[in-house]
Design a protein around this ligand. Structure first.
Ligand code: AMP
Ligand code: MG
Length: 341
C-alpha cells in the first residue's frame, strides 16, 4: 500500500476548536478517512454514503470485506433514512441509551450500500456520546462509518498514540483528543426480532438493557458469527500469546504464579494483567494493574492500554487474571477469551 501523509490534529474534548473540526469534517466530505475519538475506542471514519471512501478503510486496516461496519449518526431521527423500519423497541432503547455505547442492528434501507453491511440486509447503527465524534458527524453532514482504528484483529485503540502506532501513513487525519472513557467497544444488539440478541458484549451492560426489556439474550458463538460475520474467535489480540487464568481468586493467583514461573524458566518474558488487590503477589514479573477487581468500569477503561504496553515491552507471554462475568466484566471476559484463543 502506498504511504500517505497523515495529519495529526489535537482537539480538546471539552473545548472544541471548531476550525480544526471543520477541516476534519471537510476531509470526510471529500472522501478522505479520519480517525477520531468516541467514548468506547477510537474509530476510523469515512462518509457512509461514499463507497470509494469506505474501501479506503478496509485497505488501511487490512480488514476483510466480510466484516461489516457500524454507521455513526447524531440522533435517533437520523436513523430513519438508513433503516427500512425502526422497531418500537429500538426507539425505546435509543431514547434510553443514545448517545452511548450501544449499537443496534436493523433492516437496512436502500441508501446503505452492500460494502457497509458486507452484503447483509441489516445495518448496525450507533449514536456516539463523545463530543468530538458528535461534532465531527455534524460538520461532515453525513453519517460516518467507523470501525475501530486499529489493524484488523489487533487490540482496539483507546488513545491517539495507539492509532498512530497502527495507522500512521495509512489514513488522512488522526484527531487526538486524549483517552477514551469506556475503553471497550459498543454492545451490538440485533433488534430485528424478539428476543433481542446481543451479538457483541460491550460498553452497555446486559443488566442495564434488562431494566428496559426482559426479552433479550446473548447470542451463542455460532449465531453471533453467522449474524455478525466480524465476530471471529481470534480478535482483540495483543502480539504476545495471551493466556486467561482460571479459578477463583486464591487458586487463580497460584495458577498464575506457577504458569508464569514455568514460562520464565523457559526463557520467556512474562507480563501479567492484574487487579490492584493481587498485584503485589506478582512482583517477580512485569505486572500491569487495570483496576480494583470490583471496579469493572475502571478495569475495562484500562485493559487495552495495558495490553498494548506489555506488547511494547516485548513480552512473549501475557497471563491475565479472570474478572467477574457480570456488568462490564462480561465485555472484559469476552475480549480476554477471544484474545486468548
Ligand atoms: P468494529 O467497529 O471493528 O468494532 O466492529 C463492528 C462490529 O459490528 C463487528 O463485530 C460487526 O460484525 C458488527 N456489525 C456491523 N454491522 C453489522 C450488521 N449489519 N449485522 C450484524 N453485526 C454487524
Ligand atoms: Mg474492531
Amino acid at each position: 500500500m502506498v504511504k500517505i501523509k497523515t495529519k495529526i490534529i489535537k482537539i480538546e474534548s471539552l473545548n472544541i476548536d471548531m476550525s480544526k473540526l471543520k477541516e476534519a469534517g471537510q476531509a470526510i466530505r471529500e472522501g478522505k478517512i479520519v480517525a477520531f475519538p468516541t467514548e468506547t475506542v477510537y474509530g476510523l471514519g469515512a462518509d457512509a454514503l461514499n463507497e470509494e471512501a469506505i474501501k479506503k478503510i478496509f485497505l488501511a486496516k487490512d480488514r476483510p470485506l466480510y466484516d461489516p461496519l457500524i454507521v455513526h449518526i447524531n440522533c435517533l431521527e437520523d436513523a430513519m433514512d438508513l433503516v427500512e423500519e425502526l422497531p418500537p423497541i429500538a426507539r425505546k432503547l435509543g431514547q434510553m441509551f443514545w448517545p452511548g455505547p450501544l449499537t443496534m442492528v436493523m433492516k437496512k434501507s436502500k441508501k446503505i450500500s452492500d460494502i457497509v453491511t458486507s452484503g447483509l440486509d441489516t445495518v448496525a447503527i450507533r449514536v456516539p456520546g463523545h463530543p468530538v465524534a458528535q461534532a465531527l458527524i455534524r460538520e461532515a453532514k453525513k453519517p460516518i462509518v467507523a470501525p475501530s482504528a486499529n489493524l484488523f484483529t489487533h487490540v482496539s485503540p483507546t488513545n491517539a498514540q495507539h492509532v498512530i502506532d497502527d495507522l500512521k501513513g495509512k489514513v488522512d487525519i488522526i484527531i487526538d483528543s486524549g483517552e477514551t472513557t469506556v475503553g471497550v467497544e459498543s454492545t451490538v444488539v440485533d433488534v430485528t426480532e424478539l428476543p433481542l440478541k446481543i451479538l457483541r458484549l460491550g460498553g452497555t451492560t446486559l443488566e442495564s438493557i434488562k431494566k428496559i426489556t426482559s426479552k433479550i439474550i446473548i447470542a451463542n458463538e455460532n449465531e453471533a458469527v453467522q449474524k455478525s460475520p466480524g465476530m471471529l474467535k481470534k480478535h482483540y489480540a495483543p502480539k504476545a500469546r495471551l493466556i486467561l487464568a482460571e479459578g477463583k481468586n486464591e487458586i487463580m493467583v497460584k495458577n498464575i504464579l506457577t504458569a508464569a514461573s514455568e514460562y520464565k524458566k523457559e526463557g520467556n518474558k512474562v507480563g501479567i494483567i492484574a487487579s490492584k488487590e493481587n498485584s503485589d503477589r506478582f512482583s517477580d514479573f512485569l505486572v500491569k494493574i487495570i483496576g480494583n477487581a470490583d471496579d469493572l468500569e475502571t478495569c475495562a477503561h484500562n485493559l487495552y492500554a495495558q495490553l498494548r504496553l506489555l506488547d511494547e515491552q516485548r513480552c512473549d507471554i501475557i497471563i491475565s487474571e479472570n474478572f467477574e462475568d457480570k456488568g462490564m466484566g462480561r465485555a472484559i471476559m469476552d475480549r480476554l477469551r477471544r484474545a486468548s484463543n
